[in-house]
Design a protein around this ligand. Structure first.
Ligand SMILES: Nc1nc2c(ncn2[C@@H]2O[C@H](COP(=O)(O)OP(=O)(O)O)[C@@H](O)[C@H]2O)c(=O)[nH]1
Ligand SMILES: [Mg+2]
Length: 396
């Protein structure tokens, strides 16, 4: 099956070559789910530190805060195609009893990136150094419990799925037997169907897709949720062959062995075959929907909306036709005296849009102020260090 992926990826690679590729990946999962290990395995290098020990929280009254940490890695494949990979790690995710604030932080971040584009698009003079920070894919790591999805997993996908391409992945797949893994995948897909969770399920245009794409995407769909094994260690297994693996008493397990995990397929999908698709879907579908809703002044409350109009995994991301249309006033459908309504609706829209932009600008201003303050503090620190050094120097 892997030949299919390689064949269509070769085509896409050439397409990408001309542009120079920037890709932003977010990795979400509870502490210990293997986020850091996955990031390092994906990049083939130590990008983030991994903790083999669990953090101890002595003060149970304090809420554990989720953080977003960004790392940028430049990867290059055999053909010399460079990918600027921005990875957002989410330490602290899901560690509190109430995780709503962590969902909020992530969703705010993603929306903020959309807002930035929105603002940039509306500028008369574009900023040539503007950086598109939109998150193109979110890997959601599911801990291998053997019991399908947990409530938190369902909530996360329900709330964030409309904003970002979520690919669900069972981590630490080596802790399940092949039978258990199969069953677990099935249970997770059943949950995703039952709750209508809008994950990224490799959509394609029924009319446009060529046979290759059709076959590849159908195959990738059948693998969902992917299962992976990660490792921070490499081993020389003789005759100079180096593998990334996990050492167990009975032997070394190769994380790139396609028979035991989908890691290689996932890596190919993200970095080669579906990199452009994920970016396009983010821009053409997810951002476009966000934009329409933002400009129509309809503050989206996805968690509520979704429970109504998503049924089945094709509900959101499967095929363009099935995308839920944003609620734009449909005044033209009403009779004669609809004109006045239209004007009022328009005025209302413009007003809301103005308010939204104003709020956004205020937020940017606020950030600017914060950054300035930080800068001042840093300068002060620096001055103090300089003074101390000078004193030390003099006293010698
Ligand atoms: N068995 C197994 N353990 C793993 C795997 N990936 C990571 N781990 C281990 O799980 C622990 C937590 O991993 P880490 O990447 O630090 O998780 P994070 O807290 O989500 O960043 C470490 O001891 C890792 O070595 C895996 O695929 N299989
Ligand atoms: Mg970590």
């Amino acid at each position: 099956m892997s030949s299919i992926i390689e064949a269509s990826s070769a085509l896409r690679k050439r397409k990408n070559l001309k542009r120079g590729i920037n890709f932003t990946l977010m990795v979400v999962g509870q502490s210990g789910s293997g986020r850091s290990t996955f990031i390092n395995s994906l990049c083939g290098q130590q990008v983030v530190d991994t903790s083999t020990t669990v953090m101890l929280h002595t003060d149970t009254s304090t809420e554990i805060e989720v953080q977003l940490r960004e790392e940028t890695v430049e990867l290059e494949d055999e053909e010399g195609v460079k990918i600027q990979l921005n990875i957002i790690d989410t330490p602290g995710f899901g560690d509190s009893l109430d995780n709503s604030s962590c969902f909020e932080l992530i969703s705010d971040y993603i929306r903020h990136q959309y807002d930035e584009i929105l603002l940039e698009e509306s500028r008369v003079r574009r900023n040539p150094r503007f950086k598109d920070g939109r998150v193109h894919c979110c890997i959601y790591l599911i801990t291998p419990t053997g019991h399908g999805l947990r409530e938190m997993d369902v909530e996360y996908m329900k709330q964030l799925g409309p904003l970002v391409n979520i690919i669900p992945v069972i981590s630490k797949a080596d802790s399940l037997t092949q039978e258990e893994l199969k069953l677990n995948k099935k249970m997770i897909m059943e949950d995703i169907d039952r709750y209508g969770l809008p994950i990224y399920n490799f959509p394609f245009d029924e009319q446009d897709a060529n046979d290759d794409d059709y076959e590849t995407n159908t195959y990738l769909r059948s693998l969902l949720p992917f299962s992976i094994i990660g490792s921070n260690d490499v081993f020389d297994i003789g005759d100079g062959t180096i593998i990334r693996g996990r050492q167990y008493p009975w032997g070394i397990l190769d994380v790139e062995d396609a028979d035991i995990s989908d890691f290689v397929i996932l890596r190919n999908t993200l970095l080669i075959s579906h990199l452009s698709d994920l970016k396009e879907f983010t821009h053409e579908i997810l951002y476009e929907r966000y934009r329409t809703e933002a400009l129509s002044g309809d503050t989206p409350n996805y968690s509520k909306k979704n429970s109504n109009h998503t049924n089945g995994r094709n509900a959101h991301h499967g095929g363009n036709s099935a995308i839920a249309s944003p609620s734009v006033p449909q005044a033209h459908e009403r009779g004669e005296n609809a004109k006045q309504d239209t004007y009022t609706a328009r005025e209302e829209q413009i007003k809301l849009e103005e308010e939204r932009l104003k709020a956004f600008e205020e937020r940017v201003q606020q950030e600017l102020l914060m950054k300035r303050k930080e800068l001042l503090e840093r300068e002060n620190e620096l001055r103090q260090i300089e003074q101390r050094l000078e004193k030390e120097h003099l006293s010698q």
